[in-house]
Design a protein around this ligand. Structure first.
Ligand code: PMP
Length: 458
């Protein structure tokens, strides 16, 4: 057991010296001391199966031995230079990362966080297109900087300050919760319980969303735009999958209006979706700019923007573009080790196999419990949407979702939350997770739901 400050002392320090905005999960937030691969350990020595990976960040496992060894070795040699110098780690990393992206996405800008990456992508889109307007989905989260706050259309993150000049939100084609139904058009091995009764043909839902996208385009200056941002599957909004082919059609519309298409791979990249290394490949689209963070460094702060040489050149007209920490030797050594581990340990294949297994197991629970409205996702990115009952699809009240979340944690399972009512459990374990661990998680969730239904019946 690791000795540290007493919990009460930690709480006091938190209250006095840390952000008053509460982001911590659980009534009594966990005080974590140690991590190993897909496991976390608290100050009392209790262990938890981490099915949220520090918000989809720990891609190859907490303190992965190879990543740790590379980081330690690099720390002994050289931490930091700033991009005014060359160092081999940066060049090796750029070569490795670019090899994983299709032509013409070959120019890499290294930064430190997802928000910074999306900020830079916004700048690039505007500099290249010489236009201002940018569109993103409602419910999307692309960052919390003043610039990206305009893209992030999650009400709870908005502040009373002018942000989002030139940013437009458009309806998210959410086939479970959206007004036009159409659950069957998702590319998924599991299907939702029933089609929405108001939509005789699910493809009509896609057409409705396309029409409203065109409508949004028409509200932009001169009906043209600089760019369109989308996550291949929405994370914070509760693992929302779009109708098949939707992004492809939308990308065409964006390009017709002079804009570039930006794929935010902060949650979906690096093999998490299993069948493909990048989320955009699962949608059969080719973005002009790709942003990535979180899993790129397995928890070490690093991020990247990858684009074409033509778009990259548009930044050259500002003469200097600089980032002190982006692409440090330490970050690049870690980034390279992460890419090697994903390959050597077949983590993408594991995401596909264990992820599909997990999706099907949770889908069985959906058939068993009326309060699970939907189970969706791809690879190791799964969402479980909790409802009052399947018929109404009204979100399960927050108090009940909180209780289920808390009870799972007490039994050793940590899950994430998402969705406009925080009604969706987000399941995104490190990519080294195994089938027996999935079985454990499913059993914990099931027994918590049984208890919950008993409490509800009283
Ligand atoms: N894009 C997506 C899809 C994200 O999920 C996040 C973080 N949750 C960000 C961007 C912003 O990343 P960061 O917190 O590193 O700034």
């Amino acid at each position: 057991r690791y000795q540290s400050l007493a919990y009460s002392h930690i709480l006091e320090i938190h209250k006095q010296h840390l952000s008053p905005v509460r982001t911590a999960y659980f009534q009594k937030p966990l005080l974590l001391h140690q991590g190993h691969m897909e496991w976390l350990f608290d100050s009392d020595g209790n262990r938890y199966l981490d099915f949220f990976s520090g918000i989809v960040t720990v891609s190859v496992g907490h303190c992965h031995p190879k990543v740790n060894a590379v980081a330690q070795e690099q720390m002994e040699r050289l931490w930091h230079t700033s991009s005014i110098f060359f160092h081999p780690q940066m060049h090796e990393y750029a070569e490795k990362l670019s090899a994983l992206l299709p032509e013409p996405l070959k120019v890499i800008f290294l930064v430190n966080s997802g928000s910074e990456a999306n900020d830079l992508a916004m700048v690039m889109a505007r500099a290249y297109s010489k236009k201002t307007d940018i569109i993103s989905f409602r419910g999307a989260y692309h960052g919390c900087s003043p610039y990206t706050l305009g893209l992030s259309n999650v009400g709870s993150f908005k502040m009373e300050l002018p942000s989002g000049m030139g940013c437009h939100s458009t309806m998210c084609p959410d086939v479970f919760r959206g007004p036009w139904g159409g659950s069957y058009c998702r590319d998924s091995p599991v299907q939702t319980i029933r089609k929405c009764s108001c939509v005789p043909d699910c493809c009509q839902a896609k057409e409705q969303y396309i029409e409203q996208f065109k409508d949004t385009l028409n509200t932009c200056v001169a009906k043209s735009i600089a760019g369109f941002f989308a996550e291949p599957i929405q994370g914070v909004n509760g693992v929302v999958q779009y109708p098949k082919g939707f992004l492809k059609e939308v990308f065409e519309l964006v390009r017709e209006r002079g804009g570039v298409c930006i794929a935010d791979e902060v949650q979906t990249g690096f093999g998490r979706l299993g069948s493909h290394f990048w989320g955009f490949q699962t949608q059969d689209v080719m973005p002009d700019i790709v942003t990535m963070a979180k899993g790129i460094g397995n928890g070490f702060p690093m991020a990247a923007v990858v684009t074409t040489s033509e778009i990259a050149k548009s930044l050259a007209n500002c003469l200097l573009h600089f980032n002190t920490f982006g692409g440090s030797p330490l970050a690049c050594a870690i980034g390279s080790a992460v890419l090697e581990v994903i390959k050597e340990e077949n983590m993408q294949e594991n995401s596909q196999e264990v992820g599909t297994y997990m999706l099907l197991k949770f889908a069985n629970l959906r058939d068993e419990f009326d309060i699970i409205g939907d189970v969706r996702g791809k690879g190791l990115m799964v969402g479980i949407e909790m409802v009052q009952d399947k018929r109404s699809r009204r979100p399960l009240p927050l108090k009940e979702v909180n209780q289920i979340h808390e009870d799972c944690k007490d039994m050793g399972l940590i899950m994430g939350r998402g969705g406009p009512f925080s009604q969706t459990f987000r399941i995104m374990p490190p990519m080294c997770v195994t089938k027996p661990e999935v079985d454990f998680a499913v059993e914990v969730f099931r027994s918590v739901l049984i208890q919950h239904m008993e409490r509800r019946a009283k």
